[in-house]
Design a protein around this ligand. Structure first.
Ligand SMILES: [Fe+2]
Ligand SMILES: [Fe+2]
Length: 319
């Protein structure tokens, strides 16, 4: 068991009370294209010397592309990881999960479908010509990643790694909204979408604690070790990102070819993100992910994550 657990029945009742509909989000107001779509600190290059090579116009473009990539990334995680893993778990454990937890997981799946829909809608509002088909434009995952996730989600009690990914990414949505909320200049529709997302995700994080107890805690030590190795692989793609910073940068360079002169510096800075203290502090630190880090502290095998998340230092847990 990780953090103190809120009763599943209570979480289900909260879901019924707090439920919001897509129509509560003011999509009709459209997107103000003159504004940044995300706080500056959500881009990776902001934390590197390379950022100084952008002029104001390029910064805005880069910012907007990164904000689109963040929405695409959420859709990807929801559609290819969380929804299928939970649906398959529900099918496999129909007889053994408590009714309350089953209800919570059904809420969870419905809400993830709703999130995916709202992220598509904000993308379509921001760049209608890019998203004529509902396919990612900036954040394109590799075929291999897609296949690996299929394997994981088909056997959610063997590849229990998905629960830790849920823990960490669901808490990241809360931190992400805090950053949006603190930025008065950020585009209002993007801010609204992330606010609504956070409202559900704070509860999903609590549901994840039940999943740890019900599924991860029941895995054998050998299976846990195997999943920690997988977690290092998958989470490492986010803590040392290359694909998404390059995807954003390529879009900016396509419109500002003069930036190609700095390609070597961009490459150096992107390759260094995994050890870039400011980037790690902003995204993968105890300040950014306090509850996830506290949950990790309960599992000694998670000390291995320091290899890919250098600011994670396990803290002793009070008995
Ligand atoms: Fe979500
Ligand atoms: Fe969620």
């Amino acid at each position: 068991m990780a953090l103190s657990v809120i009763d599943a029945g209570q979480l289900h009742r909260q879901a019924q009370k707090q439920v919001f509909s897509i129509e509560d989000i003011p999509f009709g107001e459209g997107v103000d294209r003159a504004k940044p779509y995300a706080p500056e600190t959500l881009s990776q290059l902001y934390f590197t010397p390379s950022y100084s090579h952008f002029d104001d116009r390029e910064r805005l473009l880069y910012n907007q592309v990164i904000a689109l990539a963040i929405c695409e990334q959420f859709i990807f995680l929801e559609e290819h990881l969380l929804i299928p893993a939970v649906e398959n778990l529900l099918a496999a454990r129909k007889a053994t999960l408590s009714a309350d937890l089953r209800h919570c997981l059904i809420d969870f799946v419905h809400e993830e479908y709703k999130h995916s829909e709202m992220f598509w809608r904000v993308l379509e509002a921001a760049e209608p010509s890019w998203y004529q088909r509902r396919e990612p434009v900036v954040y394109k995952s590799s075929q291999l990643t897609g296949k690996a996730l299929q394997l994981i989600t088909r056997a959610p009690e063997t590849f229990v790694v998905w629960i830790w990914l849920a823990v960490i990414f669901e808490e990241r949505t809360i931190d992400l909204f805090k950053k949006y909320d603190a930025d008065p200049d950020v585009e209002p529709l993007f801010k609204a979408v992330h606010r609504f997302h956070m409202l559900d995700e704070a509860r999903h994080f609590r549901i994840d604690q039940h999943l740890l107890t019900e599924v991860y805690d029941k895995a054998s030590p050998a299976l846990r070790q195997f999943n920690v190795a997988l977690l290092k692989r998958i989470l490492g793609m986010f803590t040392s990102p290359t694909r998404s910073p390059w995807a954003g940068l390529d879009r900016v360079m396509a419109q500002s070819p003069r930036l190609r002169a700095y390609r070597a510096e961009f490459a150096r800075d992107i390759a260094g993100l995994g050890r870039n203290e400011a980037f790690q502090q902003a995204n993968y630190s105890r300040e950014a992910l306090p509850m996830s880090f506290q949950a990790l502290d309960h599992y000694p095998e998670m000390a291995a994550l320091q290899a890919i998340m250098p600011l994670y230092e396990p803290k002793p847990v009070a008995a």
